[in-house]
Design a binder for this molecule. Structure first.
Ligand code: UD1
Ligand code: CA
Length: 458
């Protein structure tokens, strides 16, 4: 990871992702389950990256190959380290030690199954490090259940007690441990190295570092956050709840940022959706991964967008589908029942109705008539269609790729275009029309007499 100029010393982030996630009832490692069109792991990594850390280390265990691949897909600079077997959260942090021998500055520990922690919350923890050797993120739980309890005295955190090891008095505490901790990196690693597994679970608890730090004369403190932020994902029910919480937050952020949402509760964002100010998003719009929409673009209702870029002034939908590689320049209009994939539409292109444009380049101010299809697939390979500037593609044109249409050319309606069309030419590729005067009347009379003869026969 690149260090950027946040001014302070380089930060390390350790993301714990080794757990099995048994209660998901799944073959997929828990941290790879999708929320907002991204694996849970990417949510933690996105939050981590927001802090401009010098290094991010992901601790993997169950499904480590797939989890490592997902971490590298997020950012090749992320390090992954294997924890096998899993002996607890302190043991997990200890696995990152060899990668952090030269780490100066602070380290933050995050859980990959806790996707809703805000960047601001982590920044508040980094600030609190000016007052405390160890900072723990806590929350007041409506139902504290089996969370670890934070035992405090005034501002001071005395210790964290795991539910299994807690006295009844400690279990009555509603201040709970989120699991997120922050300390000087080398201090954290040396504390973790001292942790023993002398407890009810026989595990190495990260939570033990609070008491160990205090024995060294370091102070420990708590930063509080809303319980909603620390919501963990252990079951499919919790995954659905976390998704709903993410969407509620994304809608609110979009509105705050100057995006109009006609019916916010019907719009679904991906983790990496970017929408500019004064864009308008109609009802029932679904964002897959990798969508950017510039200021002032409009997405009408019932569109499905994924891996595409929509420029200023463009309008899309209703009922349009933009797939990966769809690039819409300024003032492009894509209308109803249009699908665009891996295609660049230059400024002012109009594709109004019932059309498939795939693997294509379309020049500026070209008009694509209703029912046009780029026939990009021959059953084995994909081929490209190149259409020039200010071209008029007549309705129901089949463009059999590879094929190119020159600037200012025209294709006649209903044409099957199999050969390149030079600039400014008219191409007609269809059977010539034959018109027989009076023949329709004769045909109907004949058909009626056949029908009458049949009915008599029965
Ligand atoms: C932990 C905390 C508890 C806190 C709770 C919040 C400890 C000892 N307890 O408990 O105080 O209230 O989180 O949710 O830290 N993991 C590994 N390797 C391991 C064990 C865990 O990578 O060997 C990862 C898991 O994948 C998970 C995270 O660490 O992402 C937390 O582990 P989990 O077993 O869920 O801890 P809890 O018992 O819930
Ligand atoms: Ca847990």
């Amino acid at each position: 990871m690149q260090v950027s100029g946040s001014g302070s010393v380089p930060l390390s982030v350790i993301v714990l992702a080794a757990g099995q996630g048994t209660r998901m009832n799944s073959d997929l490692p828990k941290v790879l389950h999708q929320m907002a069109a991204a694996p849970l792991l990417h949510h933690a990594l996105t939050t981590a990256r927001g802090l401009d850390p010098a290094r991010i280390v992901v601790v993997t265990g169950h499904g480590s190959d797939a989890v490592t691949a997902a971490a590298l897909a997020f950012d090749e600079a992320v390090d992954a380290v294997l924890q096998d077997p899993q002996h607890g959260t302190a043991h997990a942090v200890a696995q990152a030690a060899p990668l952090l021998t030269d780490a100066t500055g602070d380290a933050i520990v995050l859980y990959a199954d806790t996707p809703l922690i805000r960047e601001e919350t982590l920044r508040a923890m980094l600030d609190a490090r000016q007052r405390h050797g160890v900072v723990v993120l806590g929350f007041h739980a409506a139902n504290p259940g089996r969370y670890g309890r934070l035992v405090t005295q005034g501002e001071t955190l005395l210790k964290i007690t795991e539910w299994k090891d807690a006295t009844q008095a400690e279990r009555n505490i509603s201040l709970c441990n989120s699991g997120v901790v922050c300390a000087d990196a080398q201090t954290l690693l040396s504390l973790v190295a001292e942790v023993t597994n002398d407890n009810a679970a026989g595990e190495y608890y990260l939570t033990d570092i609070v008491e160990l730090a205090r024995k060294r004369g370091l102070s420990a403190g708590v930063v509080l956050c809303d319980e909603a932020e620390t919501q963990g994902v252990n079951t499919r029910h919790q995954l659905a709840e976390a998704e709903a919480a993410f969407q509620a937050r994304a809608r609110s952020d979009a509105l705050e940022n100057g995006v109009t949402l006609t019916a916010p509760e019907t719009v679904f964002f991906a983790l990496d959706t970017h929408i500019g100010r004064d864009a308008i998003i109609g009802p029932n719009v679904i964002f897959g991964p990798g969508v950017t929409i510039e200021s002032g673009a409009e997405i009408k209702g019932f569109c499905h967008l994924e891996g595409c870029h929509i420029s200023r002034g463009a309008t899309v939908g209703p009922f349009a589908r933009l797939r990966p590689g769809a690039e819409l320049a300024e003032d492009v209009h894509v209308g109803n029942f249009v699908e665009i994939k891996n295609a660049i539409l230059d400024e002012g292109v109009k594709v109004g109705h019932l059309t498939y444009i795939g693997d294509a380049d379309v020049g500026e101010f070209t008009n694509i008539g209703a029912g046009t299809v780029t026939c990009n697939y021959d059953g084995v390979m994909k081929h490209r269609t190149t259409i020039g500037k200010r071209v008029f593609i007549g309705s129901d044109t089949m463009l059999v790729a590879p094929v190119s249409i020159g600037d200012g050319a025209l294709t006649a309606s209903g044409s099957v275009i199999t050969e390149n069309v030079p600039a400014e030419a008219i191409a007609i590729g269809r059977a010539r029309q034959i018109t027989n005067p009076g023949l329709a009347t004769k045909l109907f009379e004949k058909l009626k007499s056949i029908k009458a003869a049949k009915e008599k026969g029965h």
